[in-house]
Design a protein around this ligand. Sequence first.
Ligand SMILES: [Zn+2]
Length: 591
Amino acid sequence: MTDGARRWYPLLGPLPAAQGLTPKVAKAAKRRGPIDPLAGPKLALAGRVVTMDDAWTVKPDAVLFIEQGTIVAVQDRRQPPPPGFETVPVVETGGTLFPGLIELHNHLSYNALPLWSPVPKLFQHRGQWPDHPDYRKLISGPMTVVGTYRDARGKAALLAPLVRYVECKCLLGGVTTTQGIMLSSNAGVQRYYRGIVRNVEQTDDPALSEAQGRIADVDAKGATSFLARLKKEDSCYLLHLSEGITKPGQLDSIARKHFRALEVAPNQWALNDRFTGIHAAGLLPEDFGVLAQHGGSIVWSPLSNLLLYGDTARVDAAKQAGVRISLGSDWSPSGSKNLLGELKVAWLYSQHKLNGLFSAREVVAMATREAAKILKWHEALGTLETGKRADLLVIADQEGDPYDALIRAKETAISLVMINGVARYGLPRLMKSFVTTGETVRVGGQTRRLFLQQETGDPDVAPVSLRTASSTLKRAFRDLPRLARELEKPKPKKSARRTLDAPEPVVWSLALDEIQATGVDQRPRLPFNGPRDFTGPKRVSSRAAAVPLSQLLQPIALDPLTVADDANFLLEIATQPNMPEPIRTGLAELY
Ligand SMILES: [Zn+2]
């Protein structure tokens, strides 16, 4: 990153004096303002509007008025426009408008990787698959190379293309909010990449309190400090919880121990309304009662759970207990390419495994209104109502049940994605109404436009087009063994003169917290039944020293951006051994 970039990034780690970074700098970073300046022009979009408000209001023929990135009014077309909008041209979307999709769990950094196909065995819990030989070969090895590669000038040359690629992958699936990409520097500083898509952890916006996706290692292990951290948080803690399965009658599965360990004294739980458990697949029905009592919520990732463990969270029990449920596609090695895909899996699971317990609109709410409530962003996002931020997506369909239409929508049906009132992706016809520049992209054989300019954007990513990002990553994935060899070469010693004259330039790498020790954890690790039954040491590449990556890695394919452009995705899902039958074969019908 350039100095200019460093000046305004929120710095999560200690500020090294050698880099000239002072706490004052960190404060300036906080004043950078929201994702895009709330200064956009007056806009008017017509179509069927699905507000996702608490009354499930759908306006069949309405106009949504936007000013400065905020919704000014949503009203029937026959009504006169609000004051000041009399001369604003109404853009006919010809489709149905929904709030933008809010994803509460995704390891975005891993989303250039293809699906793990087939998942080689049925796993019981998360501690098992990092030790499978495939994992290093297909997931952690390639990501280590991509995340730490330096070109001849010492630049982290694959980082900006990766960030560009995975963010566009979100946009093409209608995702307007997701988890951020964490970077760490050679100076021991950690920060989030500031992107086009809203990050839950970094909003720089007082109306959108920042969620935490990570907890210091020390807090993750101690009951008292863990609870103290939870109480301190304004928004929410998104933490992995009970990733794995608990068979009926099996009271203390490894996965469930992670939850049971949160009972830090009899009837005293390290849980509150800030706590959001990601996966929660190992919880028994009574556990959801406990979670509900404390106001906790969950992020459901059905596809990833089904692929790895053959089962998923008992969301029927969660619903019955009154636990709020949101969605996350987890990561591309075992999850959907985007949240639109995860909506389909969630709905299929409900239809085939839970007798249709969740209606289509309830599933859509998990990715909009409910997610915003979990983040405590509901005053500003999650619905299309006056006063809310203009994060929205439009699908081409205007007939029939709109919620059902969204669940059945192909990626090619997405005709517009807007974040903070800025049109980011869509049909050329619609994009032309909002922006004059942009990049053309082909989705499922159709032409779409992307607009990636961002006043507050990251200067390293700004010049990288999606096209360049794709070709750079494709080449890197093909050359993985060679890049690994370069990384393994001993580094030349720096001259003493350089060390004296100037500080070493800051170089960022991906903070791959599923692979390396980063000083923070994504899950609580409290002891269960005393210190002897600790719920697991942090696993960081136990096979790291086994074989050099240059000998292990083979070329891999860059994961296509959409299902529409991936000839293999649905076939690979259909042959996944752990997937229950109706979902294994049913997904293709929804694309
Ligand atoms: Zn995860």
